[in-house]
Design a protein around this ligand. Sequence first.
Ligand code: E4P
Length: 217
Amino acid sequence: MKFFIDTANIEEIRETEAMGIICGVTTNPSLIAKEGRNFSEVIAEIASIVDGPISGEVKATTVDSLKMIEEGMEIAKIHPNMVVKIPMTSEGLKACKGLTSKGIKTNVTLVFSANQALLAARAGATYVSPFVGRLDDISEPGVELIRSIAEIFEIHNIETEIIAASIRHTMHVTDCALAGADIATVPYKVLMQMVKHPLTDQGIVKFQEDYRAVFGE
Ligand code: E4P
């Protein structure tokens, strides 16, 4: 399983890119709004840092497929690595088909069932984004959705990649990897939590103490 970072924050992207752990970025209208910057400007800056798929979502207010296609084409022009993120609606599926036919990569988002993922794949989606944490929030096991989609895609030789989204904690990451997600898009805080282990910290202190005891500073 590969990692994307789920943020529009430039410092978080720079830091994790420097660590070599991410190979793509996902954004959404809420994440863009959080940064309070112009969409195209922030997306172009992200694309100059990470050499991999960058998902930019059509505006939250765009609901018509033709408008989504128009907006998606503008997003695609920002950088060759752009992926147009489209909501999982009937208009979104039409937009997915339209953008795919123009050779533009798509990420169908807000996926909450295996059937939605299957439909998005058939409409030509490059990626589907099932939301693990938001399903957990309503007492439905999000990781089980990842497992079902992975199994269905495997049975039917579907090439659409599964991005496990709405990742809230480190166990989500391990569980999604075991469930067959191709990618997890993970917030900065969770990526940093994944780095840490108390025994690693204790081990570093012990090595330093033992070395200093014999050789000094
Ligand atoms: C990613 O594509 C989604 O936009 C994101 O993971 C949603 O996460 P949230 O449910 O924590 O907002």
